[in-house]
Design a binder for this molecule. Structure first.
Ligand code: TRP
Length: 331
C-alpha cells in the first residue's frame, strides 16, 4: 500500500511565488507516489486573523489556488480543517498527554516570548493559547489520518517532531501502535525563496510576487526586484542576484547553467534579465491564473468540492477516533 502524505496550508493571505515553489508545487508532486491528504488549516489561521470576511475569503482563495495548480480532488483527499470536528476532539486528547514544557520549547512560541522580552514588554503580551497550543492542533491534523510523511517548510519541522513525540507517549502508555509516527519531509532544494529585496520572500517583508497578478502588474512587480548599479556590459554575479535566484527555480538544470553563463558573460542589462524572468514566470502562471479566476467566480462549485472532501475525510476520521476513544477508555 502507498504511504500516506498529509499537509496543511494556513489561509493567511494572497498566495505568492514563494508559497508556490516552496510548498504548493512540492506538495502536489507527491500525489503521484503517495496517498495524499491536503487541507486548509483555517482554525490555525484563527490565532492571527480576527476578521471574518478576510478568513472566509482567504480560505476559498487557498482552495482555488491548489485546484488551479492541478490538485485533483478525486485522487487526493482535499478538505477544510474546520469541517472535521474529530480533529478538535483528538486535539484535546493529545493535550492531555502533552507536557507543558514541550510547548514552552516550541520555536514560534519561544520567538514570540523573546520578542516581548527584547521590547521590555510582559513576556506573555499578545500571546494567546491558540499560539501556545498550535503544535497540539497540528499534531491532531497529522495523527488523525495516520500520515506517514508530512511535507513542510523547514520552519514547521519541529511541529512534526512534536506530533511524533506526543504519538509515541500515547502509544507507550497504552502499549499499542494506535498512532502512526509521522516523518517531516523538507524539500532542501527550495528551502528559501528570495523576495524582491533579496531577503526570504515573505508577506511580513512586503517583498512577495503574488501568484495571480495580471500580466502588467506582474511585470511591474518583477521590475521592483533589487539590482546593483552595474551597466549592461558588465559581467554579473548570478549568485548575488535575486532575479537570477528566482529565475533559476523555473528552469531545468541545463537551462539554468545557460542562464548563469549569460549573467557572467556580461552584455545583458538588468532590464533584460527581469524581462526574461517575467516571460518565463508568466508562461507557467498563465494557465493557473485563468483557472483561479474561473474558480473564484464560482464559489458554489468550490464549496461542492470541499464538501465532497469533507465527507471522505470525516468517514475516515470518525473510524479512527472511535479506535482512539476505546483505547483510552472513553467508550
Ligand atoms: N502549521 C502549518 C503552517 O503554518 C500549517 C499546518 C497546520 C500543517 N496543520 C498542519 C502542515 C499539518 C502540515 C501538517 O504552514
Amino acid at each position: 500500500m502507498a504511504l500516506r502524505a498529509l499537509t496543511g496550508i494556513k489561509p493567511t493571505g494572497e498566495p505568492h511565488v514563494g508559497n508556490w515553489l516552496g510548498a504548493i508545487k512540492p506538495a502536489l508532486a507527491l500525489a503521484s507516489a503517495y496517498e495524499t491528504y491536503y487541507f486548509i488549516a483555517d482554525y490555525h489561521a484563527l490565532n492571527i486573523i480576527y476578521d471574518a470576511e478576510a478568513l472566509r475569503k482567504n480560505t476559498l482563495s487557498i482552495a482555488a489556488t491548489y485546484l488551479a495548480f492541478g490538485l485533483d480532488p478525486e485522487r487526493s483527499v482535499f478538505y477544510r480543517q474546520s469541517d472535521i470536528p474529530e480533529v478538535f476532539e483528538l486535539a484535546w486528547i493529545l493535550a492531555c498527554f502533552t507536557p507543558k514544557g514541550l510547548m514552552n520549547r516550541a520555536h514560534s512560541y519561544k520567538d514570540a516570548v523573546a520578542k516581548n522580552q527584547e521590547a521590555g514588554r510582559d513576556p506573555d503580551q499578545n500571546i494567546n493559547m491558540g499560539l501556545y497550543s498550535y503544535p497540539i492542533l497540528m499534531a491532531a491534523d497529522i495523527l488523525i489520518f495516520s500520515a506517514d510523511v508530512v511535507p513542510v517548510g523547514a520552519d514547521q519541522k519541529q511541529h512534526v517532531e512534536i506530533a511524533r513525540d506526543i504519538a509515541e507517549r500515547i502509544n507507550h502508555n497504552y502499549k499499542s501502535a494506535l498512532f502512526t509516527l509521522p516523518e517531516p519531509r523538507i524539500d532542501d532544494q527550495v528551502k528559501t525563496i528570495v523576495g524582491l529585496d533579496g531577503r526570504k520572500m515573505s508577506k511580513s517583508y512586503d517583498n512577495t510576487i503574488p501568484l495571480f497578478l495580471e500580466e502588467k502588474p506582474l511585470l511591474k512587480r518583477i521590475n521592483q526586484i533589487v539590482t546593483n548599479s552595474q551597466t549592461p556590459e558588465e559581467p554579473k554575479d548570478p549568485e548575488q542576484s535575486p532575479v537570477f535566484q528566482l529565475h533559476k527555480l523555473l528552469l531545468p538544470a541545463g537551462e539554468e547553467a545557460m542562464l548563469r553563463g549569460r549573467y557572467q558573460a556580461g552584455g545583458m542589462g538588468w532590464g533584460q534579465a527581469k524581462k526574461d524572468y517575467f516571460e518565463a514566470l508568466n508562461a507557467v502562471l498563465q494557465g493557473p491564473r485563468q483557472e483561479y479566476r474561473r474558480l473564484m467566480a464560482d464559489p458554489g462549485a468550490l464549496q461542492t468540492v470541499l464538501a465532497r472532501g469533507r465527507d471522505k475525510a470525516r468517514d475516515r476520521a470518525s473510524v479512527f477516533l472511535g479506535k482512539v476513544r476505546s483505547t483510552i477508555g472513553i467508550r
